[in-house]
Design a protein around this ligand. Structure first.
Ligand code: SF4
Length: 422
């Protein structure tokens, strides 16, 4: 680690953060990064020199324990401290990601309109201008190299890089699985199949296209391009998201191929963050298609695998209203299968999504409780239930109260699903 001070800046190259993701109630950094402190701001950069986080302190900043984080899709998220508002009970995390685009969140305010956040972005642009104008002839080699990397990653190149990422995988990831919260949403996306089976009426994230597997050659090509794209910062990734909306339906052979090739070619065993994780979505019919051999294969992978299944409701009236072509019988069977798999495989966890909406039929919530309480003899820690709020009608406090009421009755962990893109 090299620290150098110049013109009011303190520059530290290659700091080492934590080597595994943990849930903690104060700001914490994972992996390797470099840092520049300037006035009241700390700017952190990934190993390619791309801005990664901005954190302020003192006057002019909202809260010393909150920060801004940029992802590979060039979206900024404001991580709001939520401990004192009970956010952990609602989300399973100590920090609530506040997004600059419309989502289904019931937490946090849009911080991106606040003057403090605007000033933080201005400070980053000023820092770039200062680095650009600086006499670098006497700066030590390593620090100089870092500054040059930062200067090569200005606003326009960052925008172009996000476009490049989306071109590689065939478009923006419209929604990440809720379980990616376990790795602070830091996943490398790899598309193994496009579209989905149901094209449900209520869904805002669907492509509208039918399900189609990618060829192995296409997947391999994406992995090689992703390796070049993530470049030096690949060391900071330990997790893969297999896209898009129903990678489970792609079948065991393609999933194993994508998982093993990405693990090897992207060098995940060399990641500075331990505990590789694989995330994917699955549909009810993908669950029925998946046999024991598929889950045994997943259990043997060098990953811990999280599969998120969209059940939405076990109530026929609700399923008809949201235009999801499923029946109570199918949803119940998929739920029971989820519980059995979670019990049997130590490295596979299946979670399920249900909808929350004040205008859904009165029979909706009891149908979920029938599965998640009445059919279970005790509390199970594996098999998280996520609630995805549809349009909020009434007060947010009302939604929270209903959620808390449900949580106390449910015999599985329950959290709110915040729809987040990449
Ligand atoms: S909820 Fe899932 S299956 Fe239904 S349209 Fe959306 S992505 Fe497709």
């Amino acid at each position: 680690m090299t620290t150098y001070s110049i013109d009011g800046l303190t520059i530290t190259c290659e700091k080492q953060g934590a080597d595994k993701y943990i849930k903690i109630s104060y700001p914490f950094r994972f992996g390797k990064y470099s840092e520049i402190k300037s006035g009241n701001y700390t700017f952190q950069f990934n190993l390619n020199g791309e801005i990664k986080t901005i954190q302020g302190r003192g006057e002019g900043w909202l809260d010393a324990s909150e920060w801004l984080k940029r992802n590979a899709g060039n979206d900024w998220t404001y991580f709001a401290a939520g401990g004192y508002t009970g956010a952990y009970d609602f989300t399973g995390e100590y920090y609530v990601p506040c997004l600059p685009y419309d989502s289904n969140g019931i937490f946090g305010h849009n911080r991106f309109t606040s003057p403090e956040v605007t000033h933080a972005f201005e400070a980053w642009h000023q820092l770039n201008a200062q680095l650009h104008a600086m006499d670098k002839t006497k700066i030590p080699g390593k620090v100089n190299e870092f500054i040059n990397r930062v200067l090569s990653m200005g606003a326009e190149p960052l925008k172009q890089r996000a476009q490049k990422l989306h071109d590689i995988i065939g478009g923006r990831v419209s929604v990440l699985p809720p379980d990616t919260r376990h790795v602070e949403y830091d996943v490398i996306p790899l598309t193994i199949a496009d579209g989905c089976l149901y094209n449900c009426g209520f869904c805002r994230v669907k492509t509208g296209n039918g399900f189609k597997r990618r060829e192995k050659k296409d997947i391999l090509d994406q992995i090689h391009q992703l390796k070049r794209f993530y470049d030096q910062d690949i060391l900071n990734y330990n997790s893969i998201f297999l896209g898009q909306h129903d990678a489970l339906f792609a079948g065991a052979e393609l999933i194993e191929y994508a998982a093993r090739q990405s693990y090897e070619i992207l060098g995940l065993k060399n990641s500075v963050i331990k505990g590789p994780k694989l995330f994917l979505f699955g549909s009810v019919d993908a669950m029925f298609q998946a046999d024991a051999a598929l889950f045994e294969m997943l259990n043997r992978l060098p990953f811990e695998t999280f599969i998120n299944i969209g059940l939405e409701s076990a109530d026929p009236e609700t399923l008809a209203q949201i235009e999801k072509p499923l029946s109570r019988k199918k949803v119940t069977r998929a739920f029971n299968q989820m519980m059995a798999i979670n019990k049997k495989y130590n490295k596979v966890e299946i979670s399920a999504n249900f909808l929350y909406g004040a205008d859904l039929p009165k029979t909706h919530m009891p149908s979920i409780l029938e599965l998640t309480r009445n059919q279970l003899d005790h509390f199970y820690s594996k098999g998280t239930i996520y609630f995805s709020p549809l349009e909020i009608i009434g007060s947010i406090q009302e939604v929270k109260n209903k959620f808390t009421e449900f949580k106390t009755l449910c015999r599985l962990p329950v959290y709110i699903y915040l729809i987040q893109r990449l």
